[in-house]
Design a protein around this ligand. Structure first.
Ligand SMILES: Cc1ncc(C[n+]2csc(CCOP(=O)(O)OP(=O)(O)O)c2C)c(N)n1
Ligand SMILES: [Mg+2]
Length: 341
């Protein structure tokens, strides 16, 4: 965390991170990385149609929240949502199958990369309209508050989204009604092909606006899973205890282009290389070794994650495309379209 001085001093101290939790954070980051790399390979093999947005390099944020959240909490994310969906426990074959448009996909192969959803796991959808899900997450949080369930809605969005009206509307209502919602801005420095600094009046697109909603400014190193985990725990505890929303800005970087067709030529020379030095998974492995974790344990974990991705890929490839009969299933509320006539 690079601006601890700016953070809310009154929030409870984060608990120490235990060894089991650290292994869980490493395991989940590996799974997210390997699965996302596989998605890219499948795209190159022309097995994934349509566009897709990878979050290679941003895994620490999804993994840390995935580990910190309660199973009945809710995640709302963007089109860059493969990792966030997996981090809630959605199956790899469900995700890869959906990307490939197969029956075994989370949505039966009809949604694709930008609509990943797994309601049973609390993954409440991937939203392609910038900012659209921020008010929706506030609504979910309001339902939890109304029903007294102590569930928390966590809403992930990009830096560019902080310049959209819905961001301000959602933050205002969340603050006024003290809703149990955690807004997480993944500041990867770019909105599509435009550097965020070129179009934003403040240095930190989310954190510098927190004061406008009476919220503390929270900035965290989004490439450090431990730091994100600590901030996540604090914000989730605060929301569950009735303390209202949090707005967190996690600084990170996407290793690939905005979407699958983008070679990211607009990035200054050397920028990617600089961020690759801060690859969250490499950094985390080094930390675990320094803390005395045994290397063969990590190697086994890496092999197991790869084995799971291979198995999920085989299952998804073997799964058929949706049948013609499936086309109108789950499209109309009553199961049919007769009401329209
Ligand atoms: C309302 C709306 N306007 C424009 C777009 C086109 N668009 C898709 S992604 C994107 C950039 C978003 O950048 P950011 O919020 O930083 O998220 P990132 O892609 O970096 O994760 C834009 C402008 C859109 N999807 N929705
Ligand atoms: Mg961005």
């Amino acid at each position: 965390m690079d601006t601890s001085a700016k953070r809310n001093k009154s929030s409870p101290p984060a608990p120490d991170i235990g060894r089991e939790t650290r292994l869980e954070l490493y395991r989940l980051q590996l799974e997210l990385r390997y699965c996302e790399k596989r998605a890219y390979d499948l795209f190159l093999q022309n097995l994934i149609k349509g566009t897709s947005h990878l979050s290679l390099g941003q895994e620490a944020i999804a993994a840390a929240f995935g580990v910190a959240m309660r199973p009945d909490d809710w995640t709302f994310c963007t089109y860059r949502g493969h990792a966030h969906t997996l981090a809630r426990g959605a199956s790899m074959e469900g995700v890869l199958g959906e990307l490939m448009g197969r029956q075994c996909g989370l949505l039966g192969g009809k949604g694709g990369s930008m609509h990943l959803t797994d309601v049973k796991k609390g993954a409440m959808g991937s939203y392609a309209i910038i900012g659209a899900h921020l008010p929706v997450a506030a609504g979910a949080a309001w339902s939890a508050q109304y029903r007294g369930t102590e569930q928390v809605a966590v809403c992930f969005f990009g830096d560019g989204t902080a310049n959209i009206g819905a961001f301000h509307e959602a933050l205002n209502f969340a603050a006024v009604w003290k809703l149990p919602v955690v807004y997480v801005c993944e500041n990867n420095l770019y909105m599509e092909y435009t550097p965020i600094s070129a179009v934003t009046a403040v240095e930190h697109p989310a954190a510098d606006r927190a004061a406008a909603y009476g919220l503390p400014s929270i900035i965290v190193d989004g490439n450090d899973a431990d730091e994100v985990y600590k901030v996540a725990r604090e914000a989730l505890n605060k929301a569950r205890a009735g303390g209202g929303p949090s707005l967190i800005e996690a600084k990170t970087y996407r290793h690939s282009g905005h979407s699958r067709a983008d070679p990211a030529k607009y990035r200054p020379e050397g920028e990617l290389e600089k961020w690759l030095q801060r690859d969250p998974i490499v950094l985390y492995r080094e930390r675990l070794l320094k803390l005395g974790f045994n290397e063969p344990t990590l190697i086994d974990m890496e092999a197991e994650a790869m084995r799971q991705v291979d198995a999920a890929t085989a299952t998804a490839k073997a799964s058929p495309l949706p049948s013609v009969d499936d086309i109108e299933k789950n499209v109309w509320a009553d199961g049919g379209s007769a009401w329209r006539n």
